[in-house]
Design a protein around this ligand. Structure first.
Ligand code: E4P
Ligand code: PEP
Length: 350
């Protein structure tokens, strides 16, 4: 018999159901309260009812959970010092969208060796999210794969749809059903309209295919997510965090009937992919806020324990502790310094 399907599929491996993983790594009642409270605080900031800035800060990607907990503890201590002006949310990104090919993150390949033990990756991710929640560190995640949210989304306080997927209907549908605020990045070429269209789409109800708690293919019906906003991440031609870019974005949002609330990513196109430029971008944004800008409600910074990045060596014992294996990051000392400086400047606001 001639085969006409799965001609390019070399394996299909069923995995643990979301409900079963949730039993292995249950969320505590205090964890549930903490996540709900964090989401509410983020919504208040995004709606400008709380004039603090939300700062999504942390590694480009997580590959070492002990380093992530180390980072979280430092962030938690810093958070207590800046909390009256800045709400710090840790970037805990487990899924990496690649321009072409490359390591796709801890969930997809926890062994970092092409073994793609996704079941194990989901377990490590959920286990880490439970630990961070117990430490009372709110977590931000990029929502890339449409299946993984059933395994981890109960522990997340803010989500991003990345520049490479903002225009995708699948991701807009996914955002329409998520229980937390979602930031849509502008496109990699700087296109804002795709993020605006994404916001309009994900505020609406959708019906689409997904999985249920038992892992069974299901029709998912959503109510729409009102807590969506834009993230300016710069584009391949130019950054988009200067006052004229912010004004243009505010006008475009208003023209489309959307509230002018804007998060600025200090990394990616806004730093021309040079991690050392992130502090300059942050300073420029704080200048605008101190000068009275009301629409900037959030910031994103790619930061790790140590600066720069590294290639994954064949011998993993040679991995340098606290150094990114995806985009280069600023180190902890710089992170603490620039956030304390931003805090001091914001405190002087009228
Ligand atoms: O932040 C992460 C990267 O910029 C994004 O995942 C693309 O990475 P790549 O261009 O190295 O594939
Ligand atoms: C991939 C990322 O960003 P962007 O989608 O803006 O490229 C990221 O923040 O990790």
């Amino acid at each position: 018999m001639i085969k006409t399907n799965n001609l390019k599929v070399s394996g299909i491996t069923p995995i643990i159901a979301p409900a079963d993983l949730r039993q292995v790594f249950p969320m505590s009642d205090t964890g549930r309260e903490f996540v709900s409270r964090s989401r509410e605080k983020i919504k208040e900031i995004l709606q400008r009812r709380d004039r603090r800035l939300m700062v999504v800060v942390g590694p480009c990607s997580i590959h070492d959970t002990e380093a992530a907990v180390d980072y979280a503890k430092r962030l938690s201590a810093l958070s207590r010092r800046v909390d009256d002006q800045l709400m710090l949310v840790m970037r805990v990104y487990f899924e990496k969208p690649r321009t072409t090919v490359g390591w796709k993150g801890l969930i997809n390949d926890p062994g970092m060796d092409g073994s793609h033990n996704i079941s194990k990756g989901l377990g490590i991710a959920r286990g880490l999210l439970c630990r961070l929640t117990d430490l009372e560190v709110p977590v931000a995640n990029e929502m890339l794969d449409p299946i993984t949210p059933e395994y981890v989304a109960d522990l997340i306080s803010w989500g991003a749809i990345g520049a490479r997927t903002t225009e995708s209907q699948t991701h807009r549908e996914l955002a329409s059903g998520l229980s937390f605020p979602i930031g849509f990045k502008n496109g990699t070429d700087g296109n804002l309209q795709i993020a605006i269209d994404a916001m309009i789409s994900s505020r609406a109800p959708h019906s689409f295919l997904g999985i249920n708690r038992e892992g069974r293919a299901s029709i998912i019906q959503t109510t729409g997510n009102p807590d969506v906003h834009i993230v300016l991440r710069g584009g391949s031609r130019k950054p988009n965090y200067l006052p004229e870019d912010i004004t243009h974005t505010e006008e475009s949002l208003k023209k489309n009937g959307l509230a002018p609330t804007i998060m600025v990513d200090c990394s990616h196109g806004n730093s021309n992919k040079d991690y050392r430029k992130q502090p300059e971008v942050l300073e420029q944004i704080i200048d605008q806020v101190v000068a009275g800008n009301q629409s900037i409600s959030g910031l994103m910074i790619e930061s790790n324990l140590e600066e720069g990045n590294q290639k994954v060596p064949a011998d993993h014992s040679q991995l340098k502790y606290g150094v990114s294996i995806t985009d280069a990051c600023i180190n902890w000392d710089t992170t603490e310094k620039i956030l304390l400086e931003a805090h001091a400047r914001l405190q002087k606001r009228k």
